[in-house]
Design a binder for this molecule. Structure first.
Ligand code: RFL
Length: 397
């Protein structure tokens, strides 16, 4: 068994782990990222695509947004389609803030490249089998053939990683919600790029379209919980999208068909001993409000600041306060995503109820499209900004 040492051991080379590694190495804190997948795999794994303005501003300040600013596209509206009408919410105009559309796998590729020259590259194709001794000053990452002794371990290993398994059962709690439906998701090759997110509320079920690149859009279709992806051949997907969204761009092909289990969770606390959690390892969100990747990067940025203070000034306060600072922001994002889901899905059908429920949804949607405090509040939550943004009190670390 080979042994090595570092200050901060990071499990996972997703957005959270890679942002954390980049910020720590730039601040002179030694760290090592261990990733179970190959570099090729993580650089081509399509997932999220909408980045909040404040996330991009933070990446830019750290010198991590070069290609994003060149190749990303800014979007400032979303539309709700219900009973044949489109209600457009111009959140860009209402808040002065817009999303950047940039596929997650491109950001991951950029963050891996940015690490070169500042610190050791991630160890790819290496699975962390266990995190041990987290209550001591020398926690360890145990992998096949190598053990890494650390001073802190950060679990950025997503929802199914190894870090949460290391938490003592009696000392943490996972708060969970399982929604009574799932979403089929598919990447579609489109003749023209989507210019904004479209949400369709339909008696047959929800459908959505989210922009990704000039040639690709991500589509979502509500389906029965546990529906297997194999029951969704291209023809059925196309037919359901057309029925629910009514107007579709020309689609020339589908890829990456999968059924997302619609559930959310938050693990509390975010720290036990020398193990800290960030990103999807700490909280799982549904894709409804496009908050998952943004929250993961915000956690990583907050944690990088706290660990840097710990190492450069000997100040442990920020590290101790990490969970208390992040959890209210995590729960706000959960609350927003949950509220949006309730708007987008009709309740299970009872006699005659669907038509009534649909009209209630339309009334709620119409309020979002009418300029006023209600629409403005929604726009700020959606784009991820707040009245206190300039004072740093907008949910950003
Ligand atoms: P990640 O990206 O899942 O990265 C975790 C990494 O840890 C590795 N790993 C391990 N490595 C070593 N040893 C082990 N034992 C390990 N166990 C796991 C994994 O291989 C992986 O590389 O977590 P991170 O960094 O916290 O980032 C979170 C985001 O990826 C996630 O929140 C978003 O993708 C969610 N999400 C969306 N978020 C948005 O903000 N906007 C969106 O529009 C959006 N759309 C989506 C999404 C997620 C989706 N899926 C498939 C879950 C659309 C989809 C379809």
């Amino acid at each position: 068994m080979r042994r090595s040492r570092t200050q901060v051991g990071i499990i996972g080379a997703g957005p959270a782990g890679l942002v954390l590694a980049n910020l720590l190495t730039r601040a002179g804190v030694a760290c090592r990222v261990v990733e179970r997948q190959s570099r090729e795999h993580v650089e081509h794994r399509p997932r999220a695509g909408l980045l909040e303005h404040r996330v991009v501003a933070s990446l830019r300040r750290s010198g991590l947004a070069g290609r994003l600013l060149d190749d990303g596209v800014e979007h400032g509206w979303c539309a709700f389609r219900c009973l044949g009408d489109d209600v457009r919410v111009d959140y860009g105009a209402l808040t002065g803030r817009r999303h950047w559309v940039y596929p997650q796998q491109w950001l991951v590729r950029d963050l891996i490249a940015a690490l070169a020259g500042h610190g050791p590259p991630p160890m790819f194709s290496k699975t962390v089998r266990a995190v041990e001794d987290i209550s001591t000053h020398r926690p360890r990452l145990v992998c096949d053939g190598i053990e890494i002794e650390c001073e802190y371990v950060v679990g950025c290993d997503g929802h199914r990683g190894a870090s949460r398994a290391a938490l003592p059962a009696a000392r943490h709690r996972v708060f969970r919600r399982r929604y009574p439906y799932d979403w089929l998701t598919v990447l579609a090759e489109v003749a023209r790029p989507a210019e904004g997110v479209v949400y369709a509320v339909h008696p047959d079920g929800f459908a959505g379209m989210m922009p990704r690149t000039s040639r690709l859009s991500r589509f979502y279709l509500q389906c029965a919980p546990g529906d297997p992806a194999r029951d969704w051949p291209a023809r059925r997907i196309h037919e359901r999208l057309r029925a629910r969204l009514a107007r579709l761009p020309e689609i020339t092909g589908f890829a990456d068909v999968q059924v997302l289990r619609m559930r959310s969770s938050v693990t509390e606390p975010l720290r036990h001993g020398r193990l800290l959690l960030a990103g999807d390892a700490a909280h799982l969100l549904t894709p409804s409000g496009a908050k998952g990747m943004n929250l993961a990067i915000a956690d990583a940025t907050a944690l990088a600041g706290a660990l840097t203070r710990r190492y450069t000034d000997g100040d442990h306060g920020a590290l101790d306060a990490y969970g208390a600072r992040r959890l209210p922001r995590i729960w706000r994002a959960q609350e927003f995503s949950d509220r949006l889901l309730r708007l987008l899905h009709l309740p299970p059908e009872k006699d005659g109820d669907a038509a009534y429920a649909l009209r209630l949804r339309r009334a709620a949607i119409e309020r979002l499209g009418e300029p006023g405090p209600h629409a403005t509040a929604f726009a700020h939550e959606y784009v991820g900004s707040g009245a206190g943004e300039d004072t740093g009190d907008d949910g950003w670390p």
